[in-house]
Design a protein around this ligand. Structure first.
Ligand code: NOJ
Length: 765
């Protein structure tokens, strides 16, 4: 609580800072590849004291947000002494200028600061949560959202964003599944690349790009039991084939910085993991940029049990970490560690150099104020094009999970009752980790209905509170959930809703999770709708009216009753600033859902972890037979598989055709399939291609996504979709961690989702 108050005080002080009128002219920044960078950094380092070098490795938090139990103190003084390399949680040109001026005018060597921030799914204009965005299966769209976020962030004084988060997650209990791109390494890698391209652009010539930071390196999403920060224990083969690819994809795309993760991996915390940080990331993958820890992650290694403060500092620096986020142990213990020979001076020099290089690449030595422009801020923040993009992204992220008897889209001729605590809600729409987003600027469903159709056209009833559990409400409100129980009793709320439903032709229930059920330290052990919401749904169902469930949530939910009993289910995630407009357009058919799940929805928690690219086991499932892999009380199948998502139209696939049935490693096989729109409306289908390696030196998954392509089809239209499969698609890391394809038989599948596929066979010679 104390920390929140401190943070608030700092925020208040910052917002009181007067805006400066000096504008900095845009001039061309020297190329980072030029001789210039080395020369500048050498020159600076030759003048730096040891303390100043370690100072560059110190990353402090000052300003609006706190994401850990510690708050940085006396930041101004430390900046003056040259003991700070960068800060985060401060933005707006005025606030950034104030700190940058201290660094540039009052510190001995005038080294400018980095300004970082958690720009996760948009900065001021908020896009759908990342899990939602990933369901668009549209890297080009995602690149545009990152580009828009970079424009806003850089116009707000920032030059470094802590994104993309690319942790593969197969456990929906983990609250941070909402921040990533789901369970699949191929889709996750495509999205990682696109996001890095979006944030960083081609170079930093224009000050509207920022440094990206891929996180959390590594395997943070594999926390045991989905409990945040928990232990990760994983075979190297699994790491390399299933969890590491998206981090590597970000590195290959040129990501400038990396953040290590809180978790341990096979007994060694990631932040002390020399093998992971230096051997894999720097040496094998050739990463040349800067590596920061997560929030106080160095200090937290004391609790992990790998040493006292001095020891964990030694471990982190020697692992190859360049910046210590908030913990300040590098500046506390660095000098003694070097004196005693436990850390070499060369290690400190290398880290300091990488921090300075990041600043050079941003052009900060050329102009420390180049990200500070009130004029750009006015132009970029929440501009019309970005709001339009927010709506487009929300539409493309929605996944239609069920649509019995084509109850959707709705017609304006019908009398529609909108029921639920999220119909008029704005706060939850922008989700958790919505950076500098302002929920008051988000459009609720109810506002969108008014705008589109004029006020008073629809029936409304609140129906229930988002949550009724007092203990939970109190806990969540401590962290800013803003949850309030209605004055009316739950019974009265339901009674009213039933009366409203009875007057309607169709009921749209808007339900889900409060935003604060997602994000950091927000794991759940049960992942259904809260009981009071389910009670409401049951009462609505009992009216006999068709019920459409519109969901807002940050993770896969268990929805067996809902799937069985309701007529339609539209998953909208937390859709961002323009979510309301996007949902209304989709409900009434001005937009057609095209999203596909990037993560499996289990039937119940007992099935977790459940993911599509599983192994076969020696006793694959056989119905009604014992001694085969199965549960007695639930099917092995998920409720909704990876890749699943309906449209308002239907698509039909042919068997895949192969250009040849054998392949040498230098050859390509063209896999093609004819896809036809067999419904009455135009629609977009994501055609998915998977392979299976039938025999390997190690066991291989029953399916692996290798390619996907979007195709837009008018009613009755058909197109042939082609994919050129190469030997690279068949490679995997074997037990020696050698990346190679093994000759033998393969299956190739195509279809509409991971459990609805047609197949062909070929042989790699
Ligand atoms: C902790 C989170 O794990 C990380 O994602 C975030 O970037 C940092 N805090 C900074 O806020």
């Amino acid at each position: 609580m104390k920390h929140w108050i401190t943070a608030l005080l700092i925020a208040t002080q910052l917002s009181a800072i007067p805006a400066y009128s000096i504008e900095v002219e845009e001039t061309k920044v020297p190329s980072a590849n030029s001789h210039g960078m080395k020369k500048k950094v050498d020159e600076l380092m030759s003048q730096m004291t040891f303390e100043e070098k370690i100072g560059q490795m110190n990353l402090l938090s000052i300003g609006f947000d706190v994401t850990g139990p510690v708050v940085s103190q006396d930041v101004d003084q430390k900046i003056k002494k040259g003991l700070v390399g960068g800060v985060f949680n401060t933005f707006t040109p005025a606030a950034v200028r104030k700190l940058q001026e201290i660094a540039v005018n009052q510190s001995r060597l005038k080294i400018p600061l980095l300004f970082g921030y958690d720009v996760i799914h948009g900065h001021r204009t908020i896009f759908p949560i990342n899990l939602g965005l990933s369901c668009s299966w549209d890297p080009e769209l995602i690149e545009r959202t990152a580009q828009a976020a970079a424009k806003e962030a850089s116009a707000d004084g920032l030059n470094w964003v802590y994104s993309p988060m690319v942790d593969i997650a197969r456990d929906p209990r983990w609250g941070r599944v909402s921040e990533g791109s789901g369970e699949d390494p191929h889709l996750g890698s495509e999205i990682a690349r696109a996001t890095v391209r979006g944030y960083q652009g081609k170079n930093h010539d224009n000050a509207d790009t920022v440094l990206a930071c891929v996180k959390h390196y590594a395997l943070y999403g594999a926390a045991e039991a989905g409990r945040d920060y928990n232990t990760v224990d994983m075979s190297p083969v699994r790491m390399f084939n299933e969890y590491l690819p998206p981090y590597k994809a970000a590195v290959d795309a040129g990501v400038a910085t990396v953040m290590t993760s809180f978790n341990e991996i096979n007994g060694v915390p990631a932040t002390a993991n020399k093998w992971l940080v230096t051997d894999v990331l720097r040496k094998d993958w050739g990463f040349k940029g800067m590596i920061a820890t997560d929030y106080t992650a160095v200090n937290e290694m004391v609790a992990h049990g790998v040493g006292d403060e001095a020891k964990v500092t030694e471990l982190a620096i020697n692992a190859g970490i360049d910046m210590d986020m908030v913990g300040e142990l590098f500046i506390k213990h660095g000098a003694v560690l070097v004196k005693s020979g436990k850390v070499s001076e060369a290690q400190i020099d290398a880290a300091c150099r990488r921090v300075l290089e990041a600043k050079y690449k941003l052009g900060l030595f050329h102009d420390p104020y180049r990200f500070i422009s009130e004029e750009r801020r006015k132009k970029e923040l929440m501009s019309a094009d970005k709001l339009q993009l927010s709506k487009e992204a929300a539409i493309k992220s929605m996944v239609l999970l069920k649509n019995a008897k084509q109850v959707l889209p709705l017609s304006t001729q019908q009398k529609v009752a909108f029921i639920g605590p999220l119909v008029k809600d704005q706060r939850n729409l922008i989700g958790a980790w919505s950076g500098a987003g302002d929920w008051k600027q988000a459009t609720s469903i109810w506002q969108a209905l008014d705008t589109k159709f004029g006020a008073g056209k629809f029936l409304y009833s609140k129906g229930c509170n988002i949550l009724d559990d007092d203990r939970m409400i109190e806990l969540l409100n401590l962290n800013g959930a803003m949850l309030q129980r209605d004055e009316k009793s739950p019974q009265d709320l339901i009674k009213e809703a039933v009366a409203t439903a009875q007057q309607a032709d169709v009921v749209v229930a808007v339900l889900g999770e409060p935003f604060i059920f997602s994000g950091e330290a927000a794991s759940r052990s049960m992942i259904g709708l809260p009981d009071n919401q389910l009670d409401l749904l049951k009462a609505l169902k009992a009216t006999g009216k068709p019920v459409v469930l519109v969901l807002m949530n940050g993770r896969p939910l268990t929805l067996p009753w809902e799937n069985e009993n309701l007529d339609a289910i539209l998953e909208t995630w937390f859709g961002g600033t323009k979510a309301g407009d996007a949902i209304v357009d989709t409900l009434f058919g001005d937009a057609t859902p095209s999203g596909k799940l990037s993560i499996t929805f289990p039937v119940n928690v007992g099935q977790i972890p459940i993911y599509y690219n599983a192994k076969n086991t020696g006793r694959p499932f056989v119905p009604r037979e014992k001694f085969h892999t199965q549960y007695l009380d639930v099917s092995n199948q998920p409720l909704y598989p990876f890749g699943y998502g309906l449209s308002y139209t239907t698509f039909e696939y042919d068997e895949p055709k192969l250009s040849q049935s054998t392949m040498r490693s230098a050859e390509t096989i063209t896999v093609s399939t004819r896809v036809k729109n067999t419904g009455k409306r135009a629609g977009v289908e994501t055609v998915q291609f998977y392979i299976r390696d039938l025999v390997g030196s190690i066991t291989r998954p029953v399916k692996e996504l290798k390619h996907f392509q979007k195709v837009e089809l008018k009613p009755g239209e058909e197109k042939v979709v082609e994919y050129k499969l190469t030997v690279d698609d068949l490679k995997f890391y074997n037990s020696d961690l050698k990346y190679a394809a093994e000759p033998g038989d393969f299956e190739v599948f195509c279809g509409t989702d991971s459990s609805n596929l047609k197949k062909a066979k070929f042989t790699l010679m």
